[in-house]
Design a protein around this ligand. Structure first.
Ligand code: GLA
Length: 433
């Protein structure tokens, strides 16, 4: 006699609460079966239809991208040299992981028979696989670029109409990151286009960070969280501290001009979904002070840190900015809360960013061309992050202060801070209770 019939036969001789229990038992059995079926359906649905891979960018992605220095002048040797120097310079140890080839890696036409993308045979005579294997062998990850339109911004074959085929191609190459641009997209709906490629990547099965490069035209912060891990918020950056650079039918933005466009977007960013104010111009002609300010602000903004300089030729000053571990620690803080502009007076901006364990990062940037004296009485200020419910309260707690560029631990928040900030320079502090 099995257990069920044992229960059945026993039930005829017992009083009604037990009978109710047996009925309940069979109802529960049915419910559990249905829940199980529902669970299996949901898992299958998520596997096939969820729009992005989970947890690929819990902190902002860090790496190097070819565009800002090399544009389309890229090739196999350059990639290998950059991979080598990412390791030997300490960039990899500092957290830079992705080596991303931007526009210009493809031949001008797709394969006429298969429609597949073809790596430019002159730039990559051995194809991309040995190059990608080389990058992986250094413990780095590899990324490529394409575009939602019919052609990329530099005129190479775009992905429109080939979304699923291209995604399978990237997966077959074992890439880890895809930057996806927005040129030649007349008449396309941005959310639909990026969602299609996101689904295609998911279906292709290889976890690939999806970097939307749509320049903020269609407010991706409102819809891209399920689609990708990061989205550009502005047009292109240029190696200039402030203002814009005009190129006739388009313009590029200086560092501070981009910063001006970020503050209202902080509520949309967080782990695995970052606002991207564009790649770094550190080492591309900014002054040492400007390099420091640019890097500090990208850390305050929880921005992806994609170096864009020629790492083979970087001087010690550039290297020390890009590998400043204290500033990187602010950028990579696990809470993932984007900082906010606290005040903007007399050309000095003050930024605050709440960090894990109740720490705070504070950054004073002098936007002007004259030095500025700052005085900041922690006791009288009231830094409250209403959106994320965090308060820096120097009246009830005392914070130790560390200068993240001079590396000196200065006073604590019982005393007013007094400092001179040089033109275009920054004072960046970490406060710890
Ligand atoms: C656009 C992007 C840049 C770069 C170029 C490549 O301008 O915004 O970051 O990828 O295209 O052509």
């Amino acid at each position: 006699m099995n257990g069920a019939s044992q229960l059945q036969s026993d039930s005829s001789n017992v009083n009604w609460p037990i009978k109710i229990n047996l009925k309940t038992f069979s109802i529960i059995k049915k419910i559990l079966l249905n829940v199980l079926i529902l669970f299996l359906c949901c898992s299958f649905h998520n596997k096939v239809f969820a729009q992005k891979f989970e947890n690929l960018a819990p902190t902002p992605p860090m790496g190097w991208n070819s565009w800002n220095t090399f544009q389309t002048n890229i090739n196999e040797q350059l990639v290998k040299d950059i991979a080598d120097v990412m390791v030997s310079s300490g960039m990899k140890d500092a957290g830079y992981t992705y080596l991303v080839l931007d526009d210009g890696w493809m031949a001008m036409e797709r394969d006429s028979k298969t429609g597949d993308l073809i790596p430019d045979p002159k730039k990559f005579p051995n194809g991309l696989i040995p190059v990608i294997d080389y990058v992986h062998s250094k413990g780095l990850k590899f990324g490529l670029y394409n575009c939602a339109g019919t052609k990329t911004c530099a005129g190479y074959p775009g992905t429109r109409g080939y979304e699923y085929q291209d995604a399978r191609f990237y997966a077959s190459l074992n890439i880890d990151y895809l930057k996806f641009d927005w040129c030649n997209t007349e008449g396309i709906n941005a959310k639909e286009a990026y969602t299609t490629t996101s689904k295609a990547l998911k279906l292709a099965g290889r976890p690939i960070v999806f970097s939307l490069c749509e320049w903020g035209n269609n407010k991706p912060w409102l819809w891209a969280e399920p689609v990708g891990q990061l989205w550009r918020t502005t047009g292109d950056i240029t190696a200039q501290f402030d203002g814009i650079k005009n190129y006739g039918n388009w313009h590029a933005n200086g560092v501070m001009t981009i910063v001006d466009m970020q503050d209202t977007l902080r509520k949309y960013a967080g782990p695995n979904h970052w606002n991207d104010p564009d790649m770094l111009e550190v080492g591309n002609g900014l002054t040492p002070a400007e390099n420091r300010s640019h890097f500090s602000l990208w850390a305050m903004l929880a921005a992806p840190l994609m170096a864009g300089n020629d790492l083979r030729k970087m001087n010690n000053e550039t290297k020390s900015v890009l590998t400043n571990k204290d500033v990187i620690a602010v950028n990579q803080d696990v809470l993932g809360i984007q900082g906010f502009k606290y005040s903007d007076e007399d050309s000095v901006q003050t930024w605050f960013r709440p960090l894990n364990n109740g720490d705070w990062a504070v950054c004073f940037v002098n936007r002007s061309s004259t030095s500025k004296a700052i005085e900041f009485n922690w006791q009288n200020e009231n830094a409250v992050d209403v959106l994320f419910n965090k308060t820096l309260d120097a009246t009830t707690a005392t914070y130790k202060i560390r200068d993240l560029w001079s590396k000196k631990s200065t006073d604590d928040t019982k005393k007013s801070l007094k400092a001179i900030v040089q033109p275009h320079d920054v004072l960046m502090l970490r406060l710890t209770k």
